[in-house]
Design a protein around this ligand. Structure first.
Ligand SMILES: Cc1cc2nc3c(=O)[nH]c(=O)nc-3n(C[C@H](O)[C@H](O)[C@H](O)COP(=O)(O)OP(=O)(O)OC[C@H]3O[C@@H](n4cnc5c(N)ncnc54)[C@H](O)[C@@H]3O)c2cc1C
Length: 459
């Protein structure tokens, strides 16, 4: 009987799993790629039509194929010869690439690709595998199921600051909803909660409205985003990489202490005659080992104290994006501040008064804005995703949260529960096990491995 693999979620993770399955299929199989939204292949990050949103990784490191690293750069160059391997292209182009590779691999595969626009809300087990139940009433039978439902919108601000947020205040809690961002009043200042990549995307989107307003971006530490170098970002020096990795791993294995690891990284940055980015880049391949080796108390310490610094150094903006951001600061259109928000209240005139305590002065300050956009980061709390399928799977005990509450419990073969064979998870919630698992360079490897596992399990 022909094997059916149902993939729930057709963002990068689901689409790439389908690509790897179809590419490697040696016998007939059916891959059913299901997404509540079209188009299949874009997902949250790559469905945009706005070329303001640029990849933060150069083309040369964005191939979907771990064994053909120049695939995306070649695609870009064929589309426009001005685009080369070091170009940072728009996320829209990347979405086009994913869709193109999905459809071209399907044309030559032994397997068949079926695209369905459906919202899966639950599943049941039966003799032949699983039945997926969709909100439309459709039932889909599958031998294997891949859960790749991706990111979930941030926890609403009133859940992050209970009792301190006025329910009437104009708050955009889903920063990836561009229609909501566009509906923010143009003649009033805006507060963005967060200073990471989504906050910067939101700033750029708001700035396209050419409105005369100031945009505040607050986070507790108020760290400024860092950029990639205009040239030579992904030049790799294997000798340097090995030396950095050996020194850091030696410190970790000797002490099992986060403090010792951070100390060595700082020493390497100051001792070596290289750009600090080269040291941070060298850590990327060993980050899963570092994360898995740290004791729980040290992981908690990392989450409490180090994450804001790590995120700024590791997740850098493209050279043009950092330049654009600095121009926005210099021209007074936006400001980053180190503030902890204390309350958000609506005034009689409808404006919002935000009270926030400055990290440096310890004083409470008041800001009047027309809207607040919540860019506090995707929620990793399984009970707060707002996704019916996730709630169902967790209520049935099929899917569970990891002990640090930053993702799902997923085994090395990507299964989520030994009592439910051939239900797999792939996507950013792998962060719980690997820490470094949310971007394309890692996810393409996980999806390729998962495809191999599914093909072996299906035999
Ligand atoms: C804004 C943004 C920009 C990024 N930029 C970069 C970058 O420049 N470089 C890089 O390497 N990485 C980047 N990343 C990270 C990385 O590429 C993402 O983590 C990747 O998009 C993850 O894809 P995914 O398929 O797991 O999740 P998603 O893209 O979130 O896709 C999940 C899909 O599942 C669907 N779905 C969910 N539940 C159901 C259901 N019950 N039934 C049916 N469908 C369902 C959703 O509709 C969605 O389409 C970015 C991430 C974001 C969010």
């Amino acid at each position: 009987m022909i094997k059916l693999v149902a993939i729930i979620g057709a963002g990068f993770s689901g689409a790439t799993t389908a690509i790897h399955l179809l590419k490697a299929a040696k016998t007939p199989m059916r891959v059913i790629l299901i997404d509540a939204k079209s188009p299949h292949g874009g997902g949250l990050a790559y469905s945009t039509f706005d070329d303001n949103f640029v990849l933060n990784v150069p083309a040369q490191n964005m191939s979907v194929f771990p064994d053909r690293m120049d695939d995306f750069a070649q695609y870009c160059n064929a589309e426009d010869s001005a685009l080369v391997s070091s170009s940072f292209v728009s996320r829209r182009i990347y979405g086009e690439y994913l869709k193109q590779r999905l459809s071209s691999v399907a044309q030559t595969s032994m397997g068949e690709l079926v695209l369905l626009k459906e919202r899966v809300i639950s599943l049941t087990q039966d003799a032949s595998g699983y039945q997926l139940h969709c909100s439309s009433g459709l039932k889909i039978g599958a031998h294997s199921v891949v859960l790749s439902f991706g990111h979930f919108a941030p926890k609403p601000l009133d859940a992050l600051l209970p009792g301190k947020v006025d329910a009437k205040a104009l708050i955009v809690n889903n920063p990836w909803d561009v229609h909501a961002i566009d509906s923010v009043p143009r003649n009033k200042d805006v507060l963005i909660v967060g200073t990471g990549h989504t906050a910067i995307d939101t700033l750029f989107r708001l700035e396209t409205a050419l409105a005369d307003r100031r945009i505040w971006m607050f986070s507790r530490h108020g760290l400024h985003p860092q950029g990639h170098r205009p040239v030579g970002e992904f030049h790799k020096d294997p000798v340097l990489q090995k030396m950095v990795q050996d020194r850091v791993l030696e410190a970790l294995l000797r002490t099992h202490s986060l403090r010792a690891v951070v100390k060595v990284v700082r020493q390497l940055i100051s001792e070596l005659d290289v750009n600090w980015r080269d040291v941070i880049n060298a850590l990327r391949p060993i980050t899963p080992t570092l994360w898995q080796t740290l004791p729980k108390t040290e992981k908690s310490r990392f989450l409490r104290h180090v994450v804001p610094y790590w995120d700024v150094l590791r997740h850098r903006l493209s050279p043009l994006a950092i330049k654009r951001l600095r121009t926005s600061f210099d021209e007074g259109r936006s400001t980053i501040g180190a503030y902890a928000i204390q309350s958000i209240r609506t005034q009689r005139d409808g404006d919002i008064q935000v009270t926030a305590k400055c990290r440096h002065t310890h004083q409470a300050n008041s800001f009047t804005v027309g809207a607040v956009v919540n860019c506090s980061g995707p929620t990793y709390d399984i009970t707060k995703t707002g996704n019916e399928l996730v709630s169902f799977l967790s209520s049935q005990g099929i899917l569970s949260q990891d002990e640090m509450k930053i993702g799902f419990r997923v085994a090395a073969d990507y299964t989520v529960n030994p009592n439910f064979p051939r239900i797999y998870y792939v996507g950013p919630m792998l962060k719980a096990t690997h820490w470094e698992a949310i971007a394309v360079p890692e996810l393409r490897v996980h999806t390729a491995r998962l495809a191999q596992t599914i093909l072996e399990d299906s035999q």
